[in-house]
Structures are given as structure tokens and as C-alpha cells.
Design a protein around this ligand. Structure first.
Ligand code: SF4
Length: 383
């Protein structure tokens, strides 16, 4: 049987670097757009030569800002995916887009090229917060991009929002969430801001120009949003993700089910056939490697069975309702979940962090707020 994967394609370009961002993305590399896309198709050929035509169940083009590319280059990436791999019929195909980089004709072009899910990097619907984050768009442009997506026919739209910003009040967060809900997207991703070292935002905080984010308030914002989104009919299916029923992100579910994925492009990660690897991060070096006929891989590691089990549990616990299903664990690893993790589960359940039912284990509400501490306990060198 053909190997089935979720396919991720990384576009590491942005029009400008946001103040909080430490993603693998770069501004001012427009001269690399075309050679980079060529290199991506070269990398596809490498995998086809090694694996034959892989079966692709989802495609996700992320970044960076994929929509800074001219439409023809971005649709060319999709065409190359379809030419290189066996993409299943109706595969969920997502493109990340930033308001201010798309208009109706661009969005119509994406839809015509087979993109059936749009993920808009809205982040906030408050102009002062967008300025603080260093975003290039304002709230009106975010709303406009959303309405344009609807006008051209997108029926599956995600909005990304960030909470826990320096100086953000609960009232401003509530206003953003309520306005986002009024738009009626199929999917919402709500992320707590993390202050990454060496970003301008970290510098402003270190120099006292901005207050440090308030973690307790951020937790209250998250809990408020959980209630509000439930009232609006969204299913909280992953720690940071909510969807109208049936619109859960199929691509990300592959990650959370710890199933194989192939990442193409600078800094992209893959997990396939017991091995995990990451490509070189710098676009120029990535291009040079492909042009020179070399593997663009920066690091790789074998994933042994113990680590695969641990990662399956850690990722599965991110799924709010589903959690880790004992039957699925037994089918995958040939052992009982409780034989491996019984005492750990009992300990964490006694602390109120996990809920154990007849057929699964999942995080409690309290556990979701302390997810990282819970996850640590499952690593092969445990707490
Ligand atoms: S648009 Fe996204 S990837 Fe680009 S700099 Fe801003 S946060 Fe980073």
C-alpha cells in the first residue's frame, strides 16, 4: 500500500517582519521567490524518486506569508504538488493568507487552483493592538479580506487570533472575539502570545517601553473565550482550536494523531518511516542545496518505539474531547495504554490534571491550562 502523508509546504517570505515573530520567515527576499518555488519542485522530485508517488491526504501551504507570492507562483506550487504526488480527491487544501496581501481576484485564483480552505492571519480586530504587533494590516482590511473570501466562494475559513498581549485588557479581547464570531468563520485558532527572545517586542518589554504580558489575565481570556465559543456553537477540539462541527482542520489532526507528514521548503519538518528530519532554515541555503543536487536536511533523528508512544500521548492529549483512545493505542502499539502509563495517569488524575474514562484519557480544564507540565511527564525521561 502507498505511504499516505499530510503535505506541508513552507513559504518563508513576508512583506515585513512582525514585532513578535520568530517564525522562519524573512522580509526583503523578493528576488528569491522564483528560484525558491523551483527548488520546491526539485525537492518534490527527490521524494518521488525515493518513495514513488506518495499518497497525499491534505495539503497545507503555510509561512511566512504564502500570499506575498505572485498568484502564478503560488498556484504553480499547488500544480506541482498534484503533478508529483497522488493527491486524494477533495483533499483539504489550505493556504495561509494575510489581510492586505490579497484581493478578490487573487482569492478567486486560489479557489480556482483547488484551495478549499483559507486561513487568515487576523490576530486582532483592534487597530492599536495590530500596530503593537507590527502587523501591516488594520482591522478593516482583515474584515475586508474575510468578506472577499466569502464573495469569491470560500466555504471554509479560519481566523487566527492572539491573546495575552502586553497591556491588552479583557474588554478589548472580548471585543475582538465577539467581532470575529459575528463574521461567522468555520474555524478559529486562538493563540496565547509568547514573547520570543530577540524579537522587537521582547526588546520593548526589556526596556520598560511595554508591560510584560499578564499570564493570569491571559488564562482568564482563554477561559472566557472557551465559554463564549461554546455558546456560539463551536467545538473546542484542540487546545488552541475551535471549529463548527465538521470543520476541524484535517491537516492538523494528522499532526495531533501523530501520523506521517512530509514538509517541503526551508525549515520544514517531516516525520515518515520512523525518522524525523528538518530542512535547513535559510531560504538561500535551501535553494543552493537543491540546485547542487544535495539533500537540504539540517538534522534528523530516528524515532524509537518508546518515543513514538510518548509523542502519540502528548499530541493526543491536545485533543480536548478525543484525548488518547485506549483502543487506538492498543491497535497501533500492540500493548495496553494502562500497562505503559497506568501509574503516571493515576498521579496526574489525582492532581486534577487528567480525566480517565472507560475508553480514553484527556486533559481536564485545569490540565489544559498546564498542558506543557503534563506533557513533560510522558517523555521517556520523565518528571
Ligand atoms: S506575517 Fe506571520 S510569519 Fe510573517 S512576520 Fe508576521 S507573524 Fe511572522
Amino acid at each position: 500500500m502507498k505511504q499516505s502523508v499530510a503535505l506541508y509546504v513552507h513559504i518563508p517570505f513576508c512583506a515585513q517582519k512582525c514585532a513578535y515573530c520568530d517564525f522562519n520567515s524573512y522580509a526583503g527576499l523578493e528576488h528569491l521567490f522564483a528560484p525558491y518555488i523551483q527548488a520546491l519542485t526539485g525537492e518534490m522530485r527527490v521524494y518521488v524518486a525515493r518513495w514513488g508517488s506518495l499518497r497525499v491526504c491534505t495539503i497545507y501551504i503555510g509561512g511566512g506569508t504564502p500570499t506575498v507570492l505572485p498568484l502564478s507562483l503560488l498556484t504553480g506550487v499547488l500544480a506541482a504538488c498534484h503533478a508529483s504526488f497522488e493527491v486524494i480527491n477533495g483533499a483539504e487544501t489550505t493556504v495561509e493568507a494575510n489581510p492586505g496581501t490579497v484581493d478578490e481576484s487573487y482569492l478567486a485564483g486560489l479557489l480556482a487552483a483547488g484551495v478549499n480552505r483559507l486561513s487568515l492571519g487576523v490576530q486582532s480586530l483592534d487597530d492599536s493592538e495590530l500596530r503593537l504587533l507590527g502587523r501591516l494590516h488594520d482591522a478593516d482590511q482583515a474584515r475586508e479580506a474575510y468578506h472577499q473570501a466569502r464573495a469569491v466562494g470560500f466555504c471554509n475559513v479560519n481566523l487566527d487570533l492572539i491573546f495575552g498581549l502586553p497591556g491588552q485588557t479583557m474588554a478589548r479581547w472580548q471585543a475582538t472575539v465577539r467581532q470575529a464570531l459575528d463574521l461567522g468563520p468555520e474555524h478559529l485558532s486562538l493563540y496565547a502570545l509568547t514573547i520570543e527572545e530577540h524579537t522587537p517586542l521582547a526588546g520593548y518589554i526589556a526596556h520598560g517601553e511595554l508591560p510584560a504580558p499578564d499570564d493570569d489575565l491571559a488564562a482568564e481570556m482563554y477561559e472566557w473565550a472557551e465559554v463564549e465559543l461554546a455558546k456560539a456553537g463551536y467545538v473546542h477540539y484542540e487546545i488552541s482550536n475551535w471549529a463548527q462541527p465538521g470543520f476541524e482542520c484535517q491537516h492538523n489532526l494528522v499532526y495531533w494523531h501523530n501520523q506521517p507528514y512530509l514538509g517541503l521548503g526551508a525549515g520544514a519538518h517531516s516525520w515518515l518511516a520512523g525518522c524525523r528530519w528538518a530542512n535547513v532554515r535559510i531560504p538561500q541555503i535551501y535553494i543552493e542545496a537543491i540546485v547542487g543536487g544535495k539533500q537540504p536536511v539540517a538534522e534528523s533523528e530516528e524515532i524509537d518505539r518508546a518515543l513514538e508512544m510518548a509523542e502519540t500521548v502528548i499530541l493526543g492529549l491536545r485533543l480536548v474531547e478525543e484525548g488518547v483512545n485506549f483502543g487506538a493505542f492498543r491497535a497501533r502499539f500492540g500493548v495496553e495504554f494502562t500497562d505503559i502509563y497506568g501509574s503516571k495517569i493515576e498521579e496526574l488524575a489525582n492532581l486534577g490534571l487528567l480525566e480517565v474514562t472507560r475508553d480514553r484519557v484527556r486533559l481536564t480544564r485545569w490540565g489544559r491550562l498546564l498542558g506543557n507540565q503534563v506533557f513533560q511527564c510522558f517523555l521517556p525521561d520523565p518528571c
